[in-house]
Structure formats: structure tokens, C-alpha cells
Design a protein around this ligand. Structure first.
Ligand SMILES: *[C@@H]1O[C@H](CO)[C@@H](O)[C@H](O)[C@H]1NC(C)=O
Ligand SMILES: *[C@@H]1O[C@H](CO)[C@@H](O)[C@H](O)[C@H]1NC(C)=O
Ligand SMILES: *[C@@H]1O[C@H](CO)[C@@H](O)[C@H](O)[C@H]1NC(C)=O
Ligand SMILES: *[C@@H]1O[C@H](CO)[C@@H](O)[C@H](O)[C@H]1NC(C)=O
Ligand SMILES: *[C@@H]1O[C@H](CO)[C@@H](O)[C@H](O)[C@H]1NC(C)=O
Ligand SMILES: *[C@@H]1O[C@H](CO)[C@@H](O)[C@H](O)[C@H]1NC(C)=O
Ligand SMILES: *[C@@H]1O[C@H](CO)[C@@H](O)[C@H](O)[C@H]1NC(C)=O
Ligand SMILES: *[C@@H]1O[C@H](CO)[C@@H](O)[C@H](O)[C@H]1NC(C)=O
Length: 460
């Protein structure tokens, strides 16, 4: 009984002590795992940034320099927003020990070059935003090691050369968006571009550059157009090239192809390339069969599949009893996993006639029922629930106790919540929702959300 009376305040004291260690810089706003110091007039980083933050927003400030290992005390950092600052370069080791980063927004700064060392060690990085800088050069090794990269935005810069050769099937298996639109590229290394993984070609944006009209360029775009890529469909009129580099006579080459009549591309490729795109939706654990029916009718075809999770699959490389490739090209996955989702590309090759055809299947594997929560969501939920309990404890419990004089054992939520009880806790917290919103402690979420809305508008 007495011990119950003492442990409550003691724990709160411990909590407060712990909290003061992790104080939110006075200029910033901290809520659960998010720290926002945006539009605060910062010229350098706040001295002690809380180590718990997953999202750190430093956008709309005057930062012009970041020291080495600036974020090494933040082991959980995943989202770093540095848009709209004055950064003109990044020194060595800025992101040392920040290898948990998934989203890095450096858009609308003054970077004039992307050096090889900038993103070293960020092997978890999924989204890299560099649009609207002054980048003229992207060094060759910049993207190597970024093996989780999904989307990279380089639009609205002054790039003349890009290291396409550094992006290969196994170096960037998840890359599906590479935005190089609105730059200053005149000649592209078309052989390197054609060797890009299929998914990268599908998500490559090159409109509004200063391309020179020639047959090798036209041939590449002709193929992409045939495959119906969105990057071409959505920006048909922005795909321009100039003859002999004369900017006064830009040609919208996806609309007007008479300048390319003498190119041999169409004759050479008019029969073989046929692309089908179909969608397959299965539940986890189900068997999936993807067929590779193409326009090729020969009985002597060899088939290769490119799978998002397992790379190339052909008869020789099959080394997995859970996957089979039939002689007719059908790929069978015994028990689909969520991880198996993505775009599968089958290439059928008729060696005798030197003809190729592709078939693409977009596979989406869903969990059987809505029983599982996304882990990021549950973490956030845990934080919200903990906060609600702390607020309730701090503001409500003393009153109730003094009024009713009931020796009630206080419930103090420590971070050890049981996932199995999460659903019931969740329903309780959603009932408390209106109360939280009326509370001034959470009012600062509003400007942050507005900010996020303007910050993360996709640029392409
Ligand atoms: C990075 O982390 C490692 C181990 O976690 C530590 O030994 C090292 O000192 C850290 N580096 C810096 C620059 O903080
Ligand atoms: C094309 O690029 C230039 C800069 O290179 C930019 O100012 C302009 O807004 C872009 N136009 C479109 C339609 O994206
Ligand atoms: C195509 O070739 C013909 C004959 O070689 C030539 O007269 C014509 O000007 C060429 N057209 C273009 C657009 O280069
Ligand atoms: C089969 O897979 C194992 C492990 O995944 C690997 O060590 C082995 O080299 C593979 N064999 C072939 C023939 O690819
Ligand atoms: C390919 O072969 C498999 C196994 O023999 C069969 O189940 C499948 O229906 C065939 N696919 C096509 C498109 O004929
Ligand atoms: C998905 O793949 C990752 C790494 O490839 C693995 O760690 C994870 O366990 C997989 N998840 C499932 C549900 O199979
Ligand atoms: C056909 O595919 C093979 C192997 O995938 C490749 O080596 C060859 O260059 C392709 N041919 C054409 C015309 O695309
Ligand atoms: C594949 O399907 C998913 C879900 O339906 C969709 O989000 C994605 O954009 C599709 N991908 C392609 C390349 O069509």
C-alpha cells in the first residue's frame, strides 16, 4: 500500500529526469518521434537534437554547412528534411552513423555538385530528393552502395552528364524512379541508357532537356513510347530536341517524327517488340503462375524472368524448390510472400531468328486479412497511446484521487506494451481522440502538417 503510493511519483520523477536528458531544443517542436525545427531561422544545427527522433525537419532555414557526423547521435533517424536551405556542398562524413536514413530531402538548396562521398554508407536510403539545386555534375560513384534506393529526383538542375553506367540490375534492384527532367543534357550515352534495368527505364524522366535530335536518341524513345511508359505519356509535349543544337527550332519529337524518317530504327524493330502488361493480385501463401505468352510463336524459345526479389531467373539459375520455370515460360511461385510483389519481366528469345519479346506482369501480394498492422504504424500508435496515458496521469489522476480518496493503483504506461492487446488499446485511444485534439499540447501538429504538404509534392 505505502509502496504503491511512493512508486508512482518516483516513476514520474524518473521519467522527467529521462526527459530532461532528451530535451527538445527550445526553437523546435517535438511530438512523439518527430522533431520539427523548420522555418526557425537556423544558421547552424541546434546543439542537442533528441536522440529518439525518427523524423527531423530542418527545412526552410539558413543552414549553409553541416559538420561531419552531424546526425550520429540519432540512431533512429529515418527521415531528414533539409529542403530550402543554403547548402552549397556537403563535407566528408556528414551522414556518418546515420545509416538508418530512408528519406533524405535536400531539394531547393544551392548544391552545385554531387560528390562521390555524399551519401556513402546510406544503404537503407529509399528516397533521395535533390531537385531544384544548381547541380552541374554528378560524380560517377554517387549512387553506388545505395542499394535500397527506390526514387531519386534530380530535376531542375544543370546536369549535363549523368553516370547511367553505375546503375545495373543488381546494384539498384528497387529503383523505379529516376527523374532527370529539366536539366541540360544534350547527348546521352544511349548504350548505357539502353543497358539500364527495365524498371529504371520505365521510370526514367528525361523531358525538358536540351537533347540533340539524332537517330540513336529517337530509337530509344521510340521503344519507350511503344511500351507506353508514363514518363512519355505524361510529358509528350515536353520531350523536345533541337537540330544541330539550334534552340530556335525545338522539335516535339514524340508528336512530329518526320525528321526521323531516315532513321532505320523502325524497320529494324517493328516486328519483335511486343509488351503486355497485366496485373495479378494474390494473397500471401497462394501459388502464383505467371505466363510468358508473347507474340513469338516458335517452339524453340528460351525464357528469362527478371523478378524484383530474386533478380534473373532462367532454367540454368533455378536453385530453389519454391520456384519453377516451365518449358513454356510459365513461372510458378509455390507460396507467394509480400516480398515477392513487384514487376516481373519475362523475355522470350528466339535465337534462330534473333527476335526478342517481353511480357510484364505486375504482381501484388497482399496479406490474407487485415489482422496485421504495419510496424511503423504500430510504433507511432504506441507513442500516441503512451502520450495519452501520460497526459491522463499528469492531469487527471491527482484530481480524481483527492476527490474520491480511492487508493487506486496508478497505471503508468512504460514502453513495454503488449502487441496482443494493441487492438483494445487502439480503440480506447481513438475514443480519446477529440479530447487530445482540443488540448493545446498537440496544437503544433497543424503547421507541421501543412509544411509537409508543401514540401513533399512530387516533382516530375
Ligand atoms: C559510430 O558508431 C560506432 C558504433 O556504434 C562508434 O564506435 C563510432 O564512434 C561512431 N562514430 C562517430 C563519428 O560517432
Ligand atoms: C524546363 O527547364 C527549365 C530550366 O532548365 C525550367 O526553368 C522550366 O520551368 C522547365 N519547364 C518545364 C515545363 O518543366
Ligand atoms: C532523308 O534522305 C533523303 C535521301 O537520302 C534526303 O533527301 C532527305 O533530305 C533526308 N531527310 C532528312 C529529314 O534528313
Ligand atoms: C544455390 O543457393 C545457395 C544459397 O542460396 C548458393 O550458395 C549456391 O551457390 C547456389 N547454387 C547455384 C548453382 O546457384
Ligand atoms: C505452361 O506449362 C504449365 C505446366 O505444364 C501449365 O500449367 C501452363 O498452363 C502452361 N502455360 C501456358 C500458357 O500454356
Ligand atoms: C523481406 O525481405 C527481407 C530482406 O530481403 C527479409 O529480411 C524479410 O524477412 C522479408 N520479409 C518477409 C515477410 O518475408
Ligand atoms: C535479346 O535478348 C538477349 C538476351 O536477353 C540479348 O542478349 C539480345 O541483345 C536481345 N536482342 C535484341 C534484339 O533485343
Ligand atoms: C503495380 O500494381 C500496384 C498495385 O496495384 C501499383 O501501385 C503499381 O503502380 C503497379 N506498377 C506498375 C508498373 O504498373
Amino acid at each position: 500500500m505505502t509502496s504503491g503510493l511512493y512508486t508512482g511519483p518516483l516513476l514520474v520523477l524518473l521519467c522527467l529526469l529521462h526527459a530532461s536528458e532528451e530535451a527538445c531544443p527550445s526553437i523546435c517542436l517535438c511530438v512523439s518521434d518527430t522533431v520539427s525545427c523548420s522555418s526557425s531561422g537556423l544558421t547552424k544545427l541546434p546543439v542537442s537534437l533528441p536522440s529518439f527522433s525518427v523524423t527531423l525537419d530542418l527545412s526552410h532555414n539558413h543552414l549553409s554547412w553541416l559538420g561531419a557526423a552531424s546526425f550520429n547521435r540519432m540512431p533512429r533517424l529515418e527521415n531528414l528534411r533539409l529542403a530550402h536551405n543554403q547548402l552549397s556542398s556537403l563535407g566528408y562524413g556528414v551522414f556518418t552513423n546515420a545509416s538508418g536514413l530512408r528519406n533524405l530531402d535536400l531539394s531547393s538548396n544551392k548544391l552545385h555538385m554531387v560528390e562521390q562521398h555524399y551519401f556513402q554508407g546510406l544503404w537503407r536510403l529509399e528516397e533521395l530528393l535533390l531537385y531544384n539545386n544548381k547541380i552541374a555534375q554528378v560524380e560517377a560513384g554517387t549512387l553506388s552502395g545505395l542499394s535500397s534506393l527506390k526514387k531519386a529526383y534530380f530535376s531542375l538542375n544543370q546536369i549535363t552528364h549523368f553516370p547511367f553506367f553505375s546503375i545495373r540490375d543488381h546494384s539498384h534492384p528497387f529503383l523505379t524512379m529516376l527523374d532527370l527532367s529539366s536539366n541540360r543534357m544534350t547527348r546521352l550515352p544511349w548504350e548505357d541508357v539502353k543497358a539500364l534495368p527495365g524498371l529504371v527505364q520505365r521510370g526514367l524522366y528525361l523531358h525538358n532537356n536540351s537533347l540533340l535530335c539524332d537517330c540513336s536518341m529517337y530509337s530509344v524513345f521510340w521503344h519507350w513510347d511503344l511500351r507506353g511508359y508514363d514518363s512519355l505519356k505524361d510529358f509528350t509535349d515536353e520531350h523536345i530536341c533541337t537540330i544541330y543544337g539550334d534552340p530556335r527550332a525545338p522539335i516535339r519529337f514524340l508528336r512530329h517524327n518526320r525528321f526521323f524518317h531516315n532513321c532505320t530504327v523502325e524497320k529494324a524493330v517493328s516486328q519483335p517488340v511486343t509488351v503486355f502488361l497485366s496485373n495479378v493480385l494474390v494473397s500471401e501463401g497462394q501459388r502464383v503462375r505467371l505466363d510468358c505468352q508473347t507474340s513469338l510463336s516458335s517452339t524453340d524459345l528460351s525464357f528469362t524472368w527478371l523478378s524484383p526479389s530474386k533478380g534473373y531467373i532462367n532454367q540454368a539459375s533455378i536453385n530453389d524448390t519454391l520456384i519453377s520455370l516451365f518449358p513454356n515460360g510459365t513461372l510458378e511461385i509455390q507460396a507467394a510472400k509480400v516480398n515477392d510483389s513487384g514487376l516481373y519481366v519475362c523475355t522470350a528469345v528466339d535465337i534462330k531468328q534473333a527476335l526478342n519479346a517481353t511480357r510484364e506482369v505486375n504482381v501484388t501480394v497482399v496479406l490474407p486479412a487485415a489482422e496485421t498492422f504495419n510496424t511503423g504504424y504500430t510504433t507511432l500508435l504506441g507513442c500516441v497511446v503512451t502520450m495519452v496515458f501520460i497526459l491522463m496521469y499528469l492531469y487527471l489522476t491527482p484530481c480524481r484521487c483527492s476527490c474520491c480518496k480511492q487508493p487506486k493503483h496508478p497505471v503508468i504506461p512504460i514502453a513495454t506494451y503488449d502487441p496482443s492487446t494493441l487492438t483494445s488499446v487502439f480503440s480506447q485511444s481513438s475514443r480519446d481522440q477529440p479530447k487530445i485534439q482540443a488540448n493545446k499540447h498537440v496544437a503544433f501538429m497543424e503547421p507541421m502538417m501543412r509544411d509537409a504538404g508543401t514540401e513533399w509534392t512530387p516533382e516530375s
